[in-house]
Design a protein around this ligand. Structure first.
Ligand code: ATP
Length: 247
């Protein structure tokens, strides 16, 4: 049994199919990266998994338990097992970094405030921002805000972390610090599903890479297989193009 099992998942926007039968899996502690051209459905897949966009068909199991996206209780249970970090960090502007990290455990999960704040401080330290707990988002750089957002996503102690292009909105000189944070989390036992255009990073960090195109999985392989020995021409063309672009 895999930690995360996605089977024949389908989703549409206004009747247009965007995910057309996606099947993939992740074992505990794996870093699985989704790559593929713009519009291939990578972000939509993450949105469906976390329950923001309803699937129209297919199944998602976490630790062998099926998620029922139409059921509020199942969704609530899902949100304590899985969390997501977006490209735009979306912090609460009127709250300190510490309060941003502590709020979900208090409001959603009923953790006592003191305990949540102690844990939030430990998480801020983990992302290198132990000294910024009292700062408001507008007093932080984009990279720092994104690291607060990662700490916030970790605050519910998820088993699975979804990362949707978490460096795309950052100034180039701020990308490295966020990638360092993600790198430090990988291998911590948390299962990660990562959408990123940072191909060197994807290549380095992923245990497995899933190539998507037009709402379907084209190919899945280890990082080495996908980047140096892809079986499908579509994958070779995509990977070759992005590597040439980066060079
Ligand atoms: N809110 C929405 N309403 C309607 N169509 C949408 C919406 N979000 C995405 N789409 C469409 O769904 C398809 C898949 O988009 P998605 O953002 O999942 O792709 P992606 O692979 O993540 O692309 P990118 O790398 O550019 O972020 C695209 O054709 C897109 O135009």
């Amino acid at each position: 049994m895999h930690h995360l099992d996605v089977r024949d998942l389908e989703a549409s926007y206004a009747g247009n199919p965007v995910l057309r039968g996606v099947t993939l899996s992740a074992d505990k502690g794996e870093v699985v990266s989704l790559i593929g051209p713009s519009g291939s459905g990578k972000s939509t897949l993450l949105r469906v998994l976390i329950g923001l966009t309803p699937p129209t068909a297919g199944a998602v199991c976490i630790g062998g338990t099926a998620v029922d996206y139409a059921d509020k209780r199942s969704l609530r249970a899902l949100r304590s097992r899985m969390s997501i970090v977006f490209q735009q960090f979306n912090l609460f502007q009127n709250m300190t970094a510490l309060a941003n990290v502590a709020i979900a455990p208090v409001k959603v999960h009923g953790v006592p405030k003191r305990e949540a704040e102690e844990r939030a401080m430990a998480l801020l330290e983990k992302v290198g921002l132990g000294h910024k707990g009292d700062s408001y988002p507008d007093q932080l750089s984009g990279g720092q805000q994104q690291r607060v957002a990662i700490a916030r996503a970790l605050a519910v102690e998820p088993e699975i972390l979804l990362l949707d292009e978490v460096t795309s909105a950052l100034d180039p000189e701020r990308v490295g610090e966020v990638l360092d944070t993600v790198r430090a989390l990988a291998g911590d036992g948390i299962t990660m599903l990562l959408v990123s255009h940072e191909m060197a990073f994807v290549r380095e960090i992923s245990t497995r890479v899933v190539m998507m195109d037009a709402g379907q999985v084209v190919e899945t392989g280890t990082s080495a297989e996908i980047f140096t020995a892809a079986k499908m021409e579509r994958t070779r063309a995509f990977v070759g193009a992005v590597i040439r672009h980066a060079a």
